[in-house]
Structure formats: C-alpha cells, structure tokens
Design a protein around this ligand. Structure first.
Ligand code: HEC
Ligand code: HEC
Ligand code: HEC
Ligand code: HEC
Ligand code: HEC
Ligand code: HEC
Ligand code: HEC
Ligand code: HEC
Ligand code: HEC
Length: 467
C-alpha cells in the first residue's frame, strides 16, 4: 500500500523534530558508562530490578558527544566527574545498606510474589554484627553486601554464590581470619582454620558433603550469633539428635556455666570451639587396626590392643580436664571424673573384645567351616557397639555397663559357637584317622601286589635286556 506523499513528509518533519536535541547530545543509560556493574548485575538474581531502585537517577541522560567517549573510556585516576542529576542518590554508605536491602526484603507485599521470607533485616539487627553497627556505628562488621555481594548477588544454592555452603567459610574468613580487624574486637582468628581442620570442615570442604555444618548452620544466617553456650546443644542436636537426647539426661545439661557439647569437644582450654575432631572408630576401623597390630605383634597384651585400636576418647577428656575444674576438684580429689574415665575404660574394653572376636570370625571363615550364622549373629554386636558412643553422654555408668554387657554377651555367644564349630572340626579330623590308616595300608598292599604281578607277567623290553 502506498502512503500519501503529504503524510510521508509530515512524518519526516516529526522525525527531524525528535532528533533535534541529539544534535548536541546522545542518549546514554547507566550501562553505557558502568559496564562492569551492568555485566555483574545481568547475571544476578536481581535482573528484574533497575539500577535506579538503589541509586536513583533518571533512566536516560543526554551526553554531549564530545564528553561521551571520554566518560565511557574513563579510568579511575582521570578524576572525571559526571553530574548524575538531582534524583541520583549516589553510592550507598555502608551503614545505610541494611536498610536499603531491607526496603524490599523486609517488605511483605514486595516479597510475597516471590514467596520469600522477610525476616532477614529484623534478624540482622539482633545479631552481633547488627548490634555493633546500630549501637556503635562501627561499619567494619558484616553487612548484607559482605556476605551476598553487591551487584553479583545469587541465591545460596548456586555454586557461584558467596553464601553457597562451600563458599561460606571463605566469605566469613574475609574478616574472621583478618588478625588486624579481629584484634580490635578481641576475637580469635583461628576459628576459620580450626573449622577447616575439624571433622565438619573436612567433610564439607574436602569431601563436598553438604550435610556437614558451615559457619552459618551453627551461627545462623542472619541472627543468633554466637549461639550461646546454653543453646549449643540445641544447635549440635539438629544433626546429632541421638547424642543430644542422651546428653540432655546427664547432670551437666542443667548446670549453669557448663558449655554443653563444646565443654568436651572444644579442643580443651581457651576458645577452640571449632576444633571438633573425629573420635569414633567405626567397627570396620577397629577391626582393621587390630589386624594391623597382629601383623607387627602376634601376641599383644590387652593394653597394647587398647592403645592400638583407640587412643582418642580419653585424650579428649584429658585435654578438656582443665575446664572441668571450673566446677570439679582435681582428678585426685574428685569422685565424678574417675567415674567418667571408668565409663570410657568400660567402652574401650568392649571395643577390644569386639575387635578380637571380629578378627577370629574372619580367620575361621577363611577356612573350611561355614560361619554364616555366626556372622549374622555378630551383626547384632555391631549395632550394640554403634549405640555405645552416644550412650556414654548420659554419664550414667549403669546404662553404659548394661549396654557393654549386651555387647559382650553377643561376642561371648559368637565365640562359644566358634569353639563348638572348631571342636567339631577337630573331632571330624580325629574320626578320619582310621579311615586314613586303612587307605594308606590298602595302597601299600596294592603297590606290593602290583610289583609282584609285574615281576611275574611283564617281559622286559630287548633294550632293557641288553643293559
Ligand atoms: C556518561 C557516563 C555515565 C552515566 C550515563 C552514568 N554514570 Fe555513574 N558515574 C560516571 C562517572 C564518570 C562517575 C565518577 C567516577 C567514577 O566513579 O568512575 C560515576 C560514579 C557513579 C557512582 C559512584 C558515586 C560515588 O559516590 O562514588 C555510582 C553509584 C554511579 N555512578 C551510578 C550510576 C547510575 C545508577 C547510573 C544510571 C542512573 C549512572 N551512574 C550513569 C559516569 C556515568
Ligand atoms: C540492590 C541495590 C543495587 C542495585 C539494583 C544496583 N546497585 Fe550499584 N551499588 C549498590 C550498593 C549497595 C553499592 C555500594 C557498594 C559498596 O559499598 O561497596 C553500589 C555501588 C555502585 C557503584 C560504585 C562502585 C564503586 O566501586 O565505587 C556503581 C558505579 C554502581 N553501583 C552502579 C550500578 C549500576 C550501573 C547498576 C545497574 C546495572 C546498579 N549499580 C544497581 C547497590 C545496588
Ligand atoms: C528493589 C527491591 C530490592 C532491593 C533493594 C534488594 N532486593 Fe534482593 N531481591 C529482590 C527481589 C524481587 C528478589 C527475587 C528475585 C527473583 O527471584 O527473581 C530478590 C532476591 C534476592 C536474593 C536471592 C534470594 C534467594 O535465595 O532466592 C538475595 C540473596 C537478595 N535478594 C539479597 C539482597 C541484598 C543483599 C540486597 C541489598 C544489597 C538486596 N537484595 C536488595 C528485591 C530487592
Ligand atoms: C554474615 C553473613 C550474612 C549477612 C550479614 C547477611 N546475610 Fe543474608 N544470608 C546469608 C546466608 C549464609 C544465607 C543462606 C544462603 C542460602 O542458603 O540460601 C542468607 C540468605 C539470605 C536470603 C535468602 C532467603 C533466606 O532468608 O534464606 C536473603 C533474601 C538474604 N539473605 C538477604 C539479606 C539481607 C537483606 C541482609 C542485610 C540486612 C543480609 N542478608 C545479611 C548470610 C548473610
Ligand atoms: C565484613 C567483615 C565480616 C564478615 C564478612 C563476617 N564478620 Fe562476623 N564479625 C565481624 C566483626 C568486626 C565482629 C565483631 C563485632 C561484634 O562483636 O559484633 C564480628 C562478630 C561475629 C560474631 C560474634 C562474636 C561475639 O562474641 O559477639 C560471630 C559469631 C560472627 N561474627 C560470625 C560470623 C559468621 C558466621 C560470618 C559468615 C557467615 C561472619 N561473621 C562474617 C566482621 C565480619
Ligand atoms: C558446629 C557448629 C559451629 C560451626 C560450624 C562454626 N561455629 Fe563458630 N562457634 C560455635 C560455638 C559453639 C561457639 C562458642 C559459643 C559461644 O561463644 O557462645 C562459636 C564461637 C564463634 C565465635 C566467637 C569466638 C569467641 O571466642 O568469642 C566466632 C567469631 C565464630 N564462632 C565464627 C565462626 C566462623 C567464621 C565459622 C566458619 C569458619 C564458624 N564459627 C563455624 C559453633 C560453630
Ligand atoms: C563429658 C564430655 C562430653 C560432652 C559434654 C559431650 N561429649 Fe560427645 N563425646 C565425648 C567422648 C569422650 C566421646 C567418644 C566416645 C567414644 O568414642 O567411645 C564422644 C563422642 C561423640 C560423638 C561420636 C559418637 C557417635 O555416635 O559416633 C558425637 C557425634 C558427639 N560426641 C557429639 C556430642 C554432642 C552433640 C554433644 C552435646 C549434646 C556432646 N557430644 C557432648 C565426650 C563428651
Ligand atoms: C548440619 C549438621 C551438623 C551439625 C549442626 C553439627 N554436626 Fe557434628 N557432624 C555432622 C556430620 C554429618 C558428621 C560426620 C558423621 C560421620 O561421619 O559419621 C559430624 C561429626 C561429628 C563428630 C565426630 C563423630 C565421629 O564420627 O567421630 C563430632 C564429635 C561432632 N560432629 C560434634 C558436633 C558438635 C559438638 C556440634 C555442635 C557444636 C555439631 N557436631 C554440629 C553434622 C553436624
Ligand atoms: C558448670 C559446672 C561443671 C563443669 C564445667 C563440669 N561439670 Fe561435671 N558435674 C557438675 C555437677 C554439678 C555434677 C553433679 C555433682 C557431682 O557429681 O559432683 C557433675 C557430675 C559429673 C559427673 C558424674 C555424674 C554422676 O552421675 O555422678 C561426671 C562424670 C562429670 N561431671 C564429668 C565432667 C567432665 C569430664 C567435665 C569437663 C569436661 C565436667 N564434668 C565439667 C558440674 C560441672
């Protein structure tokens, strides 16, 4: 379809009119001059937001062509300034950032469509970080952007996020491993390294097991930092439910001033709350260590066995011992402490017996005897053994003794059945003697008879005759 010429010329005039202002300037938006921020922002969770929602300013500027290239290509040390206009709010100050983020994230109406929680800001103000910022105006504490980033914010489940579990220790470590900064607040810097060395840190960072706690699991993402000793066992109990239940029945659970789980698992005196070590020996490890010992020492003493298969549990208590004397007398004068060592000795002895029995079962099983029933029975011992370590947290010697007795009973039964099997085998060997004797005698007779017959009936070959 052809357009009337007057209409076309009218449009040309219109276009000309629209373009007039750009004769002196060209349109530019934030992205034109801030490429880095723009690129980071485009890959973030916030793409549905605009720069203006945090910084103000118009959606578009007119830039004189002469300045444009320079402004875009600028380097920090050129000292160029640009008038962003009256609605521009500039770069947010650190102490204003929580409220800036909170302007959306604490706004239920704003966040509802995304189904997101809106308590981060409120929780933040209850944290050590938030309180220090609010009460002392000290902005060296963590604010939202230190943990999440500024323009590159991503949800925590994305591997690149600063809040992804694997990255959290490094994110917190930016400040908590900084000795100058932490020194000013009288906080230790070892926390990060000790965490990395701990059973949890190794699980998370070396083995990629996201079931292990990161800093934020125990300290909370936004609140409750530090957990406080009264709630430590609740924090640990989120995962170590079994142990926590037993600990809750112990006398210590109600003692004011007791540090809960980290009283013993905190690497002893000082503030080593993060040095939580592996102490449990899985049944497999016990057996392995025992058979290693046997290779070097065929007839080990009970002490050597205990030493070889488990040295740790007592070590943990001995290291923690100075902190126990906050409430208890010295080891010599106190009745409670020897009681705990007795519990641990009882467990050690049971573990020793378990390892010996397992080793015997294995060896017998390699021979001609079928030990399937005994193996099946022994599985029960394994269950009892696994139940022992958590149970000792009750500090109740009677309960531990009862469990040890159950474990020993299974081992006794397995050993008794192995005795019976081996006796039976020996008996069968004995019963075989006459049969063997007969067989030998019979073959001797046969051989003699064969020689006789050979001499009588077999004519020698000519070559043999010649010799
Ligand atoms: C024509 C180029 C240009 C445009 C368009 C532009 N800026 Fe800038 N911006 C600059 C220059 C130049 C500076 C100052 C020097 C520097 O920080 O590099 C600056 C500084 C800033 C700062 C730091 C201010 C401070 O106090 O340190 C922020 C924040 C900022 N711009 C945001 C924006 C936003 C948001 C937009 C869009 C609404 C925008 N800019 C548009 C060139 C521009
Ligand atoms: C969710 C809020 C938010 C949005 C949206 C946002 N910014 Fe920022 N921006 C910030 C904060 C907070 C800072 C201060 C960071 C700091 O203290 O280091 C900042 C800093 C800056 C700076 C100064 C950087 C420096 O090193 O001094 C520039 C430039 C900037 N923003 C540009 C942009 C541009 C361009 C966009 C859009 C693509 C944008 N911002 C979107 C929150 C935001
Ligand atoms: C203008 C409103 C607004 C501001 C200001 C804002 N956000 Fe957001 N934020 C959102 C919206 C909307 C989403 C959800 C986006 C989506 O899911 O598409 C979001 C998502 C997030 C997420 C991802 C949550 C998840 O796990 O899915 C994080 C983290 C986040 N914002 C942190 C911040 C931080 C830190 C600041 C301050 C620097 C901030 N936000 C400022 C609106 C805002
Ligand atoms: C000390 C570090 C730290 C600070 C400070 C911090 N966050 Fe977080 N934030 C986290 C961690 C860790 C997560 C959990 C990440 C995940 O698993 O999704 C998180 C999660 C979030 C989420 C996802 C939804 C949720 O609640 O799980 C939002 C939104 C968020 N933070 C916003 C903020 C805002 C707003 C601020 C400032 C008021 C802030 N954060 C301060 C560490 C921090
Ligand atoms: C930007 C630096 C910075 C980052 C990042 C940071 N913190 Fe902090 N944190 C501090 C400072 C400074 C203090 C001391 C001020 C105070 O007592 O609140 C502190 C205090 C604490 C305390 C309180 C200690 C006490 O006795 O009150 C805990 C717990 C803590 N941080 C945990 C964390 C965790 C967990 C993370 C990571 C998810 C983290 N922090 C990230 C700077 C930071
Ligand atoms: C398994 C749980 C757990 C994990 C994981 C954990 N913490 Fe802790 N943290 C604690 C406990 C328990 C305390 C001591 C409790 C108290 O002070 O009330 C503590 C105390 C702290 C303190 C205060 C230290 C002091 O001496 O006052 C800081 C700071 C801290 N943790 C930072 C971190 C950082 C950073 C990470 C990650 C690298 C981390 N924590 C990981 C449980 C944990
Ligand atoms: C009185 C000191 C003490 C306290 C308090 C204590 N533990 Fe233990 N814990 C030990 C000893 C000793 C062992 C090693 C037992 C063994 O290997 O036979 C142990 C073993 C463990 C194990 C490994 C056991 C298994 O089943 O694999 C876990 C997990 C554990 N403790 C967690 C906790 C938690 C969580 C708390 C707090 C609710 C806590 N502990 C409180 C002394 C203590
Ligand atoms: C997020 C879950 C989680 C939290 C919270 C947690 N742990 Fe663990 N912990 C684990 C996992 C997973 C293991 C590895 C268990 C295994 O390999 O058998 C572990 C192992 C341990 C071990 C070594 C057990 C062994 O097999 O020798 C001890 C001791 C321990 N944790 C104590 C604690 C204490 C004390 C706290 C609280 C300060 C705590 N844990 C908090 C998940 C957690
Ligand atoms: C906050 C004070 C406090 C601390 C710290 C403390 N205890 Fe106790 N403990 C008590 C009290 C109170 C009792 C009950 C009275 C008694 O038997 O002396 C007790 C009892 C015990 C018992 C005996 C339970 C019974 O049934 O007789 C053992 C074992 C024990 N504590 C071991 C330890 C060890 C090991 C440590 C150090 C890792 C420790 N305690 C640290 C207060 C504490």
């Amino acid at each position: 379809m052809l357009m009337p010429t007057h209409l076309l010329s009218a449009m040309a005039v219109l276009l000309f009119l629209v373009q007039v202002p750009t004769a002196s300037g060209e349109p530019a938006d934030c992205a034109t001059c801030h490429k880095v921020e723009h690129t980071e922002f485009a890959a973030s969770i916030h793409t549905s937001l605009s720069c203006q929602e945090c910084h103000g300013g118009p959606t578009e500027y007119d830039i004189p062509a002469t300045q444009r290239a320079q402004l875009i290509a600028r380097k920090a040390d050129w000292g160029l300034t640009f008038d962003h206009g009256s609605t521009f709010s500039g770069k947010p100050k650190r102490q204003d950032i929580p409220n800036l983020c909170g302007s959306c994230h604490a706004n239920v109406e704003r966040m509802n469509p995304f189904g997101m929680r809106t308590d981060q800001l409120a929780r933040y103000w209850t944290s050590g970080h938030g309180k220090t910022l609010k009460e002392q105006g000290d902005d060296r504490v963590a604010i939202c952007t230190d943990c999440h980033g500024t323009h590159e914010i991503r949800p925590g489940h994305e591997p690149g996020a600063k809040t992804h579990p694997f990255n959290v220790p490094a994110t917190c470590g930016e400040c908590h491993a900084d000795s100058k900064l932490m020194g000013d607040f009288d906080l230790p810097t070892e926390v990060v390294d000790e965490y990395r060395q701990s059973v949890h840190g190794q699980l998370l960072l070396d083995q990629g097991d996201s079931g292990a706690p990161t800093c934020a699991t125990c300290h909370g993402n936004h609140s409750a930092m530090p957990p406080g000793f009264t709630s430590v066992s609740t924090v640990c109990g989120k995962c170590h439910d079994h142990v926590n239940k037993f600990f809750a029945t112990s006398i210590h659970a109600t003692q004011e001033g007791h540090r809960g789980c980290v009283q013993c698992h905190g690497g002893g005196e000082g503030r080593h709350f993060h040095l939580i070590e592996r102490i449990t020996k899985t049944p497999g490890v016990l057996i392995q260590r025992y058979s290693h010992l046997l290779e070097k020492e065929p007839n080990p003493t009970p002490d050597e066995i205990t030493e070889a298969i488990n040295a740790k549990p007592k070590e943990i208590i001995m290291r923690a011992m100075p902190t126990c004397t906050d409430c208890h007398d010295d080891l010599e004068d106190d009745e409670s402490l020897p009681k705990l060592l007795e519990i641990l000795d009882g467990i050690s002895e049971a573990e020793r017996y378990y390892a010996q029995t397992a080793d015997r079962l294995e060896k017998v099983g390699q021979g001609v005897l079928l030990v399937e029933n005994q193996r099946f029975l022994f599985d029960d011992a394994k269950t009892q053994l696994i139940g022992l370590a958590p149970l000792q947290h009750t500090l109740n010697n009677d309960k531990v003794k009862a469990k040890v007795a159950e474990l020993n009973a299974v081992c006794d039964q397995v050993n008794a059945e192995l005795d019976t099997l081996e006796d039976g085998l020996r008996l069968r060997y004995v019963a075989l003697i006459p049969i063997w004797a007969f067989a030998v005698l019979f073959s001797v007779i046969l051989y003699v008879k064969y020689k006789q017959l050979k001499r009588q009936y077999v004519t020698p070959l000519p070559s043999e005759r010649g010799a």
